[in-house]
Design a protein around this ligand. Structure first.
Ligand code: BG6
Length: 300
């Protein structure tokens, strides 16, 4: 892997983009353009922060996050792939393996409208093949502009069909979970992951009174986080995804995680653009699929 210094001389853009280590051997990209600032770790192609000018931070990142190769960052936008959630073989990592390895930085470019585009990729390796027997390439395109746009292109380069479940597992920063409502899920069916994946129907907006962990089915509408603790809405739209995961670990579960800052559950909610449950994707040999997510902030 290239060092932060080598990446800086190859990809740095004066005044807008710099690359430096946030922990030894752990490079991250800092973008500061006319629209926003953003941080992206090469480990996991993990967007850690996105803050449009004049706004508060949009993504939640745990103060106790651990920046260590092989450990997923708690907060920001982890990429869960090629499986979402725990694997039936409990010795394999939850949420797949690409959030746990360094990706390659392919491109950083200023676009015509002065947004910044960052492209990272990864593919099969001896290690990935020991966990999952398929050749693949994954490419994540991130555009930092008036909105934050992520597009994850997956390609099955093996000779066998494979089934993928995945998620852009975004953690959003909110003022107060008890005063937060999620819109855009009304009337949808969901699988309750806290109750053996039993099926239910969402009535009205989603509100939080305890741990919540659900896969919403047929979720194609724009989701809106209405945050009573702040005068802004966050809007999340998607493509290539017919399911969304909504998660807040509440007190006991967040307390059991060593990298989840104390009390942090009050200030975060996950809405994940996913291909989960029956929305799993069958990729034939040479098949491709792109999962996309766009995040924008509106002041009220
Ligand atoms: C969510 C799942 O997507 O991720 C939860 O629905 C899980 O069940 C959560 O607890 C966090 O997972 P992890 O592996 O990052 O602790």
């Amino acid at each position: 892997m290239k060092t932060a210094r080598e990446l800086q001389s190859e990809f740095g853009i004066d005044g807008t983009v710099s690359i430096s280590e946030i922990a030894p051997g752990y490079p991250a990209i800092q973008v500061n353009n006319r629209y926003a600032t953003a941080n992206i770790a090469l480990h996991g192609a993990h967007v850690m922060a996105y803050q449009p000018r004049g706004q508060e931070e949009v993504l939640w990142l745990s103060r106790d996050a651990i920046y260590r190769p092989g450990k997923a960052i708690r907060g920001g936008i982890p990429i869960c792939w090629p499986w979402f959630g725990p694997h039936q073989n409990a010795s394999l990592p939850a949420h797949g393996f690409v959030r746990n390895c360094f990706w390659r930085l392919d491109e950083i470019r200023e676009l015509e409208d002065h947004s910044t585009r960052v492209i990272l990729s990864t593919g099969d390796s001896e290690q990935s093949l020991s966990l999952w027997p398929f050749a693949f390439t994954l490419r994540l395109t991130i555009i930092i502009g008036p909105s934050l746009d992520l597009s994850l292109r997956m390609h099955n380069s093996s000779e066998l069909a494979c089934t993928i479940t995945s998620a852009l597992h975004a953690y959003f920063a909110i003022g107060d979970i008890a005063r937060t409502e999620l819109h855009g899920f009304e009337g949808l069916g969901y699988l309750d992951q806290l109750d053996a994946n039993s099926r239910h129907i969402q009535v009205g907006a989603i509100r939080f009174v305890g741990e919540l962990d659900r896969i919403y089915e047929g979720a194609i509408a724009t989701a809106i986080i209405r945050d009573g603790g702040r005068a802004r809405d966050i809007e999340i739209s998607k493509s290539g995804s017919r399911s969304s995961v909504v998660w807040n670990p509440w007190i006991a579960k967040s307390g059991s995680m060593d990298d989840f800052e104390s009390g942090g559950y009050r200030h975060m909610v996950c809405i994940e653009a996913s291909n989960a449950g029956e929305d799993a994707i069958l990729l034939p040999p040479d098949g491709r699929h792109t999962l996309g997510m766009s995040i924008a902030v509106n002041n009220r």
